[in-house]
Design a protein around this ligand. Structure first.
Ligand code: SF4
Ligand code: SF4
Ligand code: FES
Length: 284
């Protein structure tokens, strides 16, 4: 650590401890603490994820990102730090079979694609993308349990608990990033589902409708509702208009997806900017 008159200086390259390892035969040297998934990403190696999103701290709850480190069991690469001398393999028949079986188990009780709240609107359901990658269509030979219900109590956000894969991205988005501490989990076993405050309807909870959980959710479990009769459509069918929120002095970067035909905004998203809102939205 270097301390200067202005405070603690960022570490120089000599001070950053590095770890050497191989991933799929590529020799890499990465900063200590780098996860296998991050090292692979930087080396151009794609490892599928579901519960992981770079915006949030990894929690390793879905096991989609497993890799072989030579250990007793496959390791979740999104949370496993690189170790010196590690030899990582990201794709073998065993790994691909593990990911495919996991995908089947997740798909079995999902809403049909043609009714999925995300796929039928923005068409970017990440579980469906993974299912396509592993050629998993509908799964009819496994038992799907009783429905966990829907929640339409929020005026602009829909919740479909049956589409939830309990990845915790919304929990981290609401609690860790926005600091709203609204979302948790309730129930046990198959009936486990996300909950708002003490399992209240979302619209009656302390939710401030910031929308961060919508941006976080990889499936159709938390989605935007159409407002003003402007349907929500895939981004490529709408015109993206970059703008800045005028509400307060922060000046958060926004993108409106505009339906020119109907003359209105279909939905809005936070836009990445290095300073300020960092792609997030607030209630305003
Ligand atoms: S809309 Fe915002 S405050 Fe409400 S549950 Fe989602 S992240 Fe939390
Ligand atoms: S609602 Fe979405 S983000 Fe939250 S746990 Fe379920 S699938 Fe994950
Ligand atoms: S993406 Fe790593 S455990 Fe879910």
């Amino acid at each position: 650590m270097t301390i200067t008159r202005d405070g603690i200086a960022p570490p120089t390259s000599e001070e950053v401890k590095t770890v050497s390892l191989t991933i799929d035969g590529q020799s890499l040297s990465v900063a200590e603490g780098t996860t296998i998934w991050e090292a692979a990403r930087d080396a151009g190696i794609d490892i599928p994820v579901l519960c992981h999103d770079e915006r949030y701290d990894p929690v390793g709850v879905c096991r989609m990102c497993v890799v072989d480190t030579g250990g007793r069991v496959l390791a979740a690469s999104c949370v496993r730090p690189c170790d010196p001398g590690m030899e990582v393999t990201t794709s073998t028949p065993e790994i691909e079979r593990s990911r495919a079986v996991l995908t089947e188990l997740l798909v079995v009780d999902q809403p049909p694609r043609e009714q999925d709240p995300k796929q039928t609107t923005t068409a970017d359901n990440e579980l469906i993308s993974v299912a396509d990658r592993y050629s998993v269509g509908s799964v009819d030979d496994l038992f799907a349990g009783p429905t966990r219900g829907t929640d339409a109590s929020n005026p602009v956000i829909s919740v479909d608990h049956d589409a939830c894969i309990l990845c915790d991205r919304c929990v981290r988005a609401c609690d860790d990033i926005q600091g709203n501490d609204v979302i948790g989990r309730s129930g046990k076993g198959y009936s486990t589902r996300i909950s708002f405050d003490l399992n209240d309807p979302m619209g009656e909870s302390s939710c401030v409708t910031c929308g961060e959980c919508v941006a976080a959710c990889p499936t159709g479990a938390i989605t935007n509702k159409a407002i003003n009769n402007i349907p929500i459509q895939p981004r490529e069918k709408l015109e993206a208009v970059d703008t800045v929120c005028p509400y307060c002095g922060v000046g958060c970067a926004l993108t409106y997806y505009v339906d020119r035909e109907r003359g209105g905004i279909s939905f809005a998203e936070g836009r990445d900017q290095s300073l300020g809102s960092q792609g997030r939205l607030c209630v305003k």
